[in-house]
Write a protein that binds this ligand. Structure first.
Ligand SMILES: [Zn+2]
Length: 176
């Protein structure tokens, strides 16, 4: 018998832990992101939040939407691919700009364009198990999601404390 169950249910495999963020994610054989090493089910949950993210409006809404993008990218950071190194660094810079300097999501979206297409170092996270993940955001009732995303952003930034100085220095070069 197939380890995945009956022949008719080949696509349904057991839930798996995403080895990057630590979330329990649906087992699936769907495609994954081009360079983030998220588990397929983790990436699927992120994609399922897109419609909600795109519905967010106003400064507060756009800040929340940007926090989801930033925190998710920072939580999936072990791939040495140049695009992933850049993604992790610029999204950590965006979290720093927001949480330490109060830069709005709208401003950060514009700034990220200036930060990309550069060479960035490979930053290694110190954890593969974040306290708040995309799963928590997805499972939260819509009226609580802003709050959960805030927790995801702050706890992800805290988890990267060994690289805070490096990120602040990079950011200062752009904010000067
Ligand atoms: Zn993940």
């Amino acid at each position: 018998m197939s380890p995945f169950g009956t022949i008719g249910r080949l696509e349904h495999v057991s839930d798996v832990i995403c080895h990057e963020c630590g979330a329990l994610t649906p087992g699936t054989t769907r495609p994954v992101h081009a360079y983030m090493d998220a588990s397929p089910g983790c990436w699927q949950m992120y994609c399922e939040l897109q419609e909600w993210q795109h519905s967010l409006r106003g400064d507060h809404g756009i800040t929340t939407a940007q926090h989801v993008v930033d925190a998710y990218a920072a939580q999936h950071a072990t791939n040495p691919d140049r695009r992933d190194r850049q993604s992790v660094t610029v999204h950590l810079m965006s979290l720093c700009a927001s949480l330490e300097f109060g830069v709005s999501g709208r401003q950060r979206r514009a700034m990220i364009g200036d930060w990309t297409h550069r060479e960035y170092p490979l930053l290694r996270p110190i954890t593969d198990h974040y306290p708040v993940t995309v799963r928590d955001v997805k499972e939260a009732p819509v009226e609580r999601r802003h709050e959960v995303v805030e927790e995801m952003a702050t706890s992800t930034w805290s988890a990267w404390s060994i690289h805070h100085r490096e990120i602040r220095t990079l950011l200062a070069g752009f904010l000067a």
